[in-house]
Design a protein around this ligand. Sequence first.
Ligand SMILES: C[S@@+](CC[C@H](N)C(=O)[O-])C[C@H]1O[C@@H](n2cnc3c(N)ncnc32)[C@H](O)[C@@H]1O
Ligand code: SF4
Ligand code: SF4
Length: 347
Amino acid sequence: MAMRKKTASPGFKMSRLLTGLSKVFIGKILFKKFHFIPHRPPMLVVELTNNCNLRCIMCEYPLMQRDGMNMDTQLAKKVLKECSEWGISRVGLSRLGEPLLHPDISEIIKFAKESGIRHVSMVCNAMLLTEEKAQKIIDSGLDLILFSIDAARKETFEKIRKGADYDKVVTNIERFIKMRNELSQEKPWIEVNICLMKENVDELPLIIEKWGQLVERVKICPVVPLEHTNDNLIVDAPTYNGKKKACDFLWTRMVVLSNGDVTVCCADKDGDMSVGNAQKSSLKELWNSDKIRRIREIHFSKKFEKLPLCKQCCMVDEDWFNAEKAIINKYEKEWKPFGILPSSFFS
Ligand SMILES: C[S@@+](CC[C@H](N)C(=O)[O-])C[C@H]1O[C@@H](n2cnc3c(N)ncnc32)[C@H](O)[C@@H]1O
Ligand code: SF4
Ligand code: SF4
């Protein structure tokens, strides 16, 4: 497909860099060394829906116990308004589910942008990205869209992304890129996300060859062994020696689930660590609530046995962190010269 790869203006690139990297990097040092918690999270994740049309092999969605529901549109707007007034500059609209299933997705994105949120992003599987939906998303003002592409061969793709149709996904994404490129606007920035695992590691060069010139960035994220259910999928899996550390989520994210429950954790598939509900309390109250403070204290004192979810989670495992870093470094060496970005999915 002969399509022009867009290049963002230096201003756009710089603002992305500043909103993301520097804040997170400085925050990381302050969190790790001084147990400092910022007065607001750098990013809010709003789970517009916890329904999904696929059952991917690496994802926790098939294990989720919550009832599936779309977030009430008024609740989504309430949360986004609060988020903007509080000064949170980054919002992601995907969690456990497919955001394109929400009937009001483009209206919600438009609302977020009109409320002044600087960076609004969405990760999707593109199965439902019809031409009409694509146009609405492009018109909504969305800043970044990530397409999940985990293979270059139809057979592998459909083995990983159970329920997906590879040809349809490719057609939908290519049409989206073409539509965006034909407009004289640089948004939404388009990225492809590869969840790296044993099943697709051999296809990495092919995936990059296919998408590298079409989108602004290709991201390679090692599969995360959530609740260690995916240990068998990890490329270069670690040996776990039990050394633990506090989890970065406690200062980097706040997550509003589709029913309004608020948790600090992107791995909390059932909302077990919910600290309240956004219908009843403000995000600000919840970020500083006793419940959340208790969770942070447990992490800093490393008494993880008190938190059933955290005690079995790879995010507090130093060995997993080091293994993930090693995988990222390995692929960074190989692919960075070609503009490909290996990173942790949660960075
Ligand atoms: C949970 S999905 C939600 C959005 C949408 N349904 C999709 O698949 O793009 C967001 C991203 O998480 C990735 N993902 C799922 N399970 C993962 C895991 N265990 N480790 C790392 N990334 C994972 C998916 O490949 C996808 O790119
Ligand atoms: S990765 Fe996305 S598409 Fe796949 S099951 Fe999970 S939420 Fe659904
Ligand atoms: S350790 Fe795991 S379960 Fe606990 S807050 Fe972090 S990501 Fe969530």
